[in-house]
Design a protein. Structure first.
Length: 211
């Protein structure tokens, strides 16, 4: 019994010693990411990107950022502007950049579309579309659209509606080859495949103002 207590105390001491080291390591990574992100800021800004076709990265889930940067670097996800940016990144650069963008709080997004279209978006986001087997987006992306970091489910709220709409269409177009991209891509591709253009538009307008 005494032995067990002693051993527990030992683990506790160890945890107390290691915790500050872990926090310190993450802060170092964020700082280093900030330096490395100078070039990214030209397009992605800090809280918000300058062009609505370029995604905001602030407060984005870290695992998702890491996954996407690997996908661009390895040529699995392609984009004329972005692919060349990722080509020269090391694994450490990717970790640091993801830690940095994840640490920046986002600005609140604004709703810009008509009420009718926002309501349709909200309905699908919260309840899915039962007849067509579309699951509620909220179950993976959360009530505030912040995603679930450890699973790589991204933050989708406060994003430019133009970017989101392009992305949903891309998932839909990629349906036939979805399994060759990644497990997570296949999840989102199967969902987008069942949405009409109007529904994708409604969702992207709703998400822009969600927070
Ligand atoms: C010349 C403009 C430009 C620069 C510079 C740039 N990006 Fe991008 N980035 C884009 C565009 C455009 C997209 C959207 C691609 C798409 O639609 O698939 C993108 C997408 C991304 C994504 C995916 C986000 C998501 O929500 O899926 C990440 C992550 C990213 N960029 C990180 C970076 C990082 C880190 C840097 C700096 C090393 C960087 N970008 C530099 C234009 C740029
Ligand atoms: C079962 C979980 C799940 C559900 C339900 C779900 N998603 Fe996703 N979503 C994901 C995953 C995983 C990804 C990342 C896919 C990847 O790696 O490309 C994602 C990515 C996205 C992206 C891309 C974000 C970006 O920055 O590029 C958007 C937009 C999105 N989802 C919107 C929706 C909408 C709208 C719905 C409801 C119609 C929905 N999702 C339902 C899991 C889910």
């Amino acid at each position: 019994m005494r032995h067990e207590l002693f051993s527990r105390a030992k683990y506790l001491c160890l945890a107390i010693l290691i915790l500050p080291i872990l926090v310190f390591a993450n802060e170092e990574s964020i700082k280093s990411g900030e330096q490395k992100a100078m070039i990214c800021t030209a397009c992605h800004g800090v809280e918000k990107s300058v062009n609505p076709e370029w995604p905001n990265l602030s407060q984005q889930s870290k695992k998702y950022l890491v996954d996407q940067l690997h996908a661009f670097r390895d040529g699995v996800r392609k984009n004329a502007l972005m692919s060349s940016q990722a080509m020269g990144l090391s694994d450490k650069d990717i970790q640091d950049l993801a830690a940095y963008y994840n640490s920046i709080p986002s600005e609140k997004g604004k709703l810009k579309a008509d009420e009718e279209i926002i309501t349709l978006g909200q309905q699908i986001y919260r309840g899915g579309i039962y007849d067509r087997g579309v699951p509620a987006c909220i179950s993976c992306h959360g009530p505030k659209g912040l995603g679930i970091d450890r699973t790589g489910y991204p933050k989708v709220s406060g994003q430019h509606s133009i970017y989101t709409l392009n992305r949903l269409k891309n998932y839909k177009d990629g349906y036939d080859l979805k399994d060759s991209v990644s497990k997570n891509y296949a999840i989102m591709s199967s969902i987008s495949f069942r949405l009409s253009n109007l529904e994708m538009k409604a969702l992207s307008e709703y998400l822009q103002g969600l927070y």
